[in-house]
Design a binder for this molecule. Sequence first.
Ligand code: TXA
Ligand code: MG
Length: 315
Amino acid sequence: MSEITTQRLDPTPIGLARAADLLSRGGLVAFPTETVYGLGADACNDHAVARIYEAKGRPSFNPLIAHVADVEAAKTLTEWTEAAEAVARAFWPGPLTMVLKKREGSGLSKLLSAGQDTVAVRVPEHPVAQGLLRAFGGPVAAPSANRSGQISPTSAEHVLNGMTGRVEAVVDGGRCQVGLESTIIGLAGRPTLLRPGQIGIDALSETLGTPVFERKDTEAITAPGQLTSHYAPHARVRLNAIEWHPGELRLGFGDVACDLNLSPTEDMTEAAANLFEFLHRLDARQAEVIAVSPIPHVGLGIAINDRLTRAAAPR
Ligand code: TXA
Ligand code: MG
């Protein structure tokens, strides 16, 4: 990954306009929320979302949260429900994320929700996050702005320590108050606490007028993206294909003849950006087998191979 000059921006109208402009051009901008600093990208831009994983050095595609300025914007991305309405009234804006069914035509990148048909949405309260979301005018994908395996950042210094040279800008909004990531409630099925946070399960149960289930598996709490039922194609997936068999649909990488090519120039960011979209497209053609070229196991290739290995797992 080539070195980028990382700007530190003040949370003034000029700084926020600059940050929004960087986002609209596919840039990465870290910004404060009341929980932790987020590493933001345009949630509708596959390439920008792929860059988040690259900058974090994440070895897998955990689905990301779409941040929006208000409830109205959240409704354009999701299948809104009465439960969602009740939770939004009680806790938004604030440190609470809801997982809902994704709305048809939401425009969100498939990489954002790692190919699933659900999406995590949050309306943060922090005035700088609000200012940026309004200046940008669209959903912003943002995981915590730390390198994978490191501690979530609660100040601009923390972000700069890990992310200098990897993001275009950090909006400096001082220290985060909560310091702990948002509570996540799953509302696509029965109400389930997917990640504990400042807003507790009792308050959520009371708001919904029904008990919220707790995920017992502790691993699911540290890394729900690892365990949730990820998108798997209907077709069988054959990996490391160096030749093609008759009748297979061919998902290529590099200089090969194929049906769809993740990246003819072997650009890992491009390949990651195309991955879920292309798996969906090939699957829609109802092949029995999707054969995939070998992907080098370096950088984002590790996350791509993680995902492909799961897609290829026997089921
Ligand atoms: O406080 C926060 O939530 C911070 C700030 C920046 O908003 N963001 C944050 O993002 O903690 P991240 O990427 O570190 O954690 C998001 C969590 C992941 O564990 C992911 O698995 C889960 O949300 N998640 C996202 N989309 C999901 C979905 N569709 N279904 C289930 N879990 C989902
Ligand atoms: Mg995190």
